[in-house]
Design a protein. Structure first.
Length: 264
């Protein structure tokens, strides 16, 4: 069966001099169009490495990534990344940061006026239109992540890659942003691959949760289907039997079967 995005038998080793670290071993995962898939696993198991491989930022040692039946092995606008710490250009305004990506991707296909409208449309989508003239230093962490999200969405990527996009935020800001991402996913039907450390976040947002074993040579230990109806409301779900069952399954995987052992 062909998948929209296929991570196909990936191994990744890092070599420094004569020292070799095997980070990922035989990772295979198929993702369908419009699916929201989360990857969860202990620190250092190789989640970012896997995301960077899909983004085309890190070469594989074996295997490959197939997107819509084409192998992808370098970065491209079809895979937009939002990192844990915002990667906005400090000398550009909020508007300028998003417009830069829009100009790059749509210079040939949209007129100047269309590119302006598209930039504003995406800023409005993440509720940041009002702050368009501010610079990154003048806005909060949550707002910076919103702009990063707008920039990624504005590229109309086939796959949105999120590396702990809410990781550095306080709990309330995090909840607001999760709600925004859910609403955007509902509206646009994006295909999303998101890394998280947070069990509740994974269950709330995902169609499937991919649980990774501890490294070295980490692989996919288990994949959990989250069959909760959408749209999802965090308050209603807090007592929902299916929600609690999913949450328990992930917690058991992380804290019993694959307990984190801090390297000495
Ligand atoms: N460029 C590199 N060269 C050598 N080793 C690397 C490199 N990048 C990552 N590693 C190693 O690969 C392993 C996995 O790192 P990675 O950043 O993918 O983990 P992670 O699961 O994202 O962790 P965290 O949850 O803390 O973000 C770690 O042991 C790390 O030291
Ligand atoms: Mg990481």
């Amino acid at each position: 069966m062909s998948h929209y995005l296929l991570i196909d038998h990936i191994d990744k080793k890092f070599t420094r001099g004569s020292h070799e670290t095997e980070v990922l071993k035989d990772v295979t995962l198929g993702i369908e169009q419009g699916e929201y898939v989360s990857i969860i696993g202990h620190s250092g198991c190789g989640k970012t490495t896997l995301l960077n491989i899909v983004a085309g930022l890190t070469p594989v040692s074996r295997g490959g990534v197939i997107l819509e039946n084409r192998e992808v092995n370098e970065p491209g606008p079809d895979r937009a990344v939002v990192f844990q710490n915002h990667s906005l250009l400090p000398w550009l305004t909020v508007y300028g940061n998003v417009k830069l990506a829009v100009d790059k991707v749509f210079s040939a296909s949209k007129s100047r006026a269309e590119r302006h409208a598209w930039t504003m449309h995406n800023l409005d989508l993440v509720q940041m239109g009002h702050a368009k003239d501010k610079r990154p230093a003048e806005i909060s962490g949550g707002m910076k992540q919103r702009v990063g999200l707008a920039r990624a969405l504005a590229m109309q990527p086939k796959v949105l890659l999120l590396d702990e996009p809410f990781g550095a935020l306080d709990a309330l800001t995090r909840a607001h942003l999760q709600d925004s991402v859910m609403a955007i996913h509902e509206k646009l039907g994006n295909t999303v691959l998101m890394i998280t450390h947070d069990v509740d976040e994974a269950v709330l947002l995902s169609d499937r949760i991919v649980m990774m074993t501890n490294g070295p040579a980490a692989c996919i230990g288990e994949v959990l289907d989250v069959s909760l109806a959408r749209p999802r409301k965090r308050l209603t779900l807090a007592g929902d039997a299916e929600y609690l069952k999913c949450r328990k399954r992930v917690l058991e995987f992380l804290y019993e079967r694959h307990r984190f052992v801090e390297a000495a």
